[in-house]
Design a protein around this ligand. Structure first.
Ligand code: NAI
Ligand SMILES: CC(C)c1ccc(C(=O)O)c(O)c1O
Length: 246
């Protein structure tokens, strides 16, 4: 029977791309997002019968929502094997103008969301003796961000750290936990939130000269999700066009 993957933030952008890649590779996919209509539309497109794709309304800040998703997938498909913590919210914001409320919101979506998901599904995977968690971080979490806000960069730095902490905790239970750290990607959110002239400047700053490919990130998720990826854990795969080198 094919493996089951839950992807958060699957309604559009990178999450949609990852969901399509996993489904195309034979996974049964649960598409989770706050935007139910959009994930329902994608699930219907992937598999109108519903046998290999299901849409879930889920806010990543809500631990109980992950518990409900876990239970639903146990009932529907016998359990979950792969979790992709992709949902996130980036925000362009001037450092000194970020309000405490705005800080909390961005940290909750990007960091608390990953934390509670890793807790719920990390325990589920450990019980089953197999699991793959892939956290989508960001170059901003490594270099402080090029045009995104401090709250976003700090939260993504936290995602990198949580990846290692959960990887260590779960390593002996057949569960790997890794992150992918993309630089700016060729995706709608970038064009919606960054002025065209700034995008041109950013492209010039990238050593390889282009924005990153979401399809390539999705292929990397497939590699980390594979059964034979057992030896990769606590890793962070940098995919940033050479903007940041270790
Ligand atoms: N676009 C880029 O250049 C880069 C993106 N990333 C990361 O990749 C991931 C995906 O980014 P994009 O697809 O570009 O963003 P996007 O904004 O296009 O899509 C994000 C998705 O997450 C969903 N979402 C937002 N808040 C949520 C919540 N509380 N609960 C559940 N779902 C929620 C949205 O509804 C949306 O479908 C994010 O974690 C982002 O930080 C990292 C580096 C670069
Ligand atoms: C403003 C640039 C293009 C950008 C956009 C989004 C992210 C991210 O989500 O991490 C970046 O790191 C960026 O540099």
């Amino acid at each position: 029977m094919s493996r089951v993957a839950l992807i958060t933030g699957a309604a559009r952008g990178l999450g949609e791309c990852i969901a399509r890649a996993l489904h195309g590779a034979g996974y049964r996919v649960a598409l989770a997002d706050v935007q139910l209509d959009a994930v329902q539309q994608l699930a219907d497109q992937l598999d109108p019968s519903g046998q290999s794709a299901v849409a879930l309304q889920l806010d990543v800040r809500d631990k109980a929502a992950f518990e409900a998703a876990r239970d639903l997938l146990v009932a529907r498909w016998g359990g979950t094997d792969v979790l992709v913590n992709n949902a996130g919210k980036s925000k362009v914001a001037a450092l000194m103008e970020i309000s405490p409320e705005e800080f909390d919101e961005i940290v909750a979506i990007n960091l608390r969301g990953t934390f509670v998901a890793c807790q719920v599904f990390g325990a589920h995977f450990a019980e089953r003796g197999f699991g793959r968690i892939i956290n989508i971080g960001s170059l901003a979490g490594q270099n402080g961000g090029t045009a995104t806000g401090a709250h976003y960069a700090a939260a993504k730095g936290g995602v990198a750290t949580l990846t290692k902490v959960f990887a260590r905790e779960l390593a002996s239970r057949g569960v790997t936990v890794n992150s992918i750290s993309p630089g700016p990607l060729d995706l709608p959110v970038v064009y919606e939130t960054v002025a065209p002239e700034r995008i041109a400047q950013i492209k010039q700053m990238v050593p390889v000269g282009t924005l990153g490919s979401a399809d390539y990130i999705a292929d990397s998720v497939l590699l980390l999700a594979a059964d034979h990826a057992a030896s990769v854990t606590g890793a962070c795969w940098d995919i940033n066009g050479g903007l940041f080198m270790r």
